[in-house]
Design a protein around this ligand. Structure first.
Ligand code: FES
Length: 80
C-alpha cells in the first residue's frame, strides 16, 4: 500500500544519505501549529523551487498564514 508506515523513506536531495543509514527522521505534528521536522531540510514548493534550512529543528507552516512560508512565523497563534 502506498504511503504506509512500512514504506521506505526516500527524501529528495541531500536527505537521501540519512535515509540510507537507516535512521528515521522525526516529524512532530500538532493540531494547531507547525509541523516540526528534524533538520537540516530541503523543502520543495508547489512552483518547484527549493528552500533549505540547516537548523537542527525546523517549523513548517501548516496554516498558510505565515509571511515566511513554508517556515512558520507564529502567525497561526490566536491574537487577542
Ligand atoms: S503554522 Fe505557524 S504560521 Fe502557519
Amino acid at each position: 500500500m502506498p504511503n504506509s508506515p512500512s514504506d521506505p523513506v526516500r527524501p529528495a536531495g541531500a536527505g537521501a544519505s540519512e535515509a540510507a543509514s537507516g535512521e528515521a527522521r522525526r516529524v512532530v505534528m500538532s493540531r494547531k501549529g507547525p509541523m516540526l521536522v528534524e533538520g537540516p531540510v530541503e523543502v520543495e514548493l508547489e512552483d518547484g523551487s527549493v528552500v533549505s534550512s540547516d537548523r537542527f529543528q525546523v517549523a513548517l507552516c501548516t496554516c498558510r498564514r505565515s509571511r515566511r512560508y513554508p517556515w512558520c512565523d507564529t502567525s497561526h497563534r490566536d491574537r487577542a
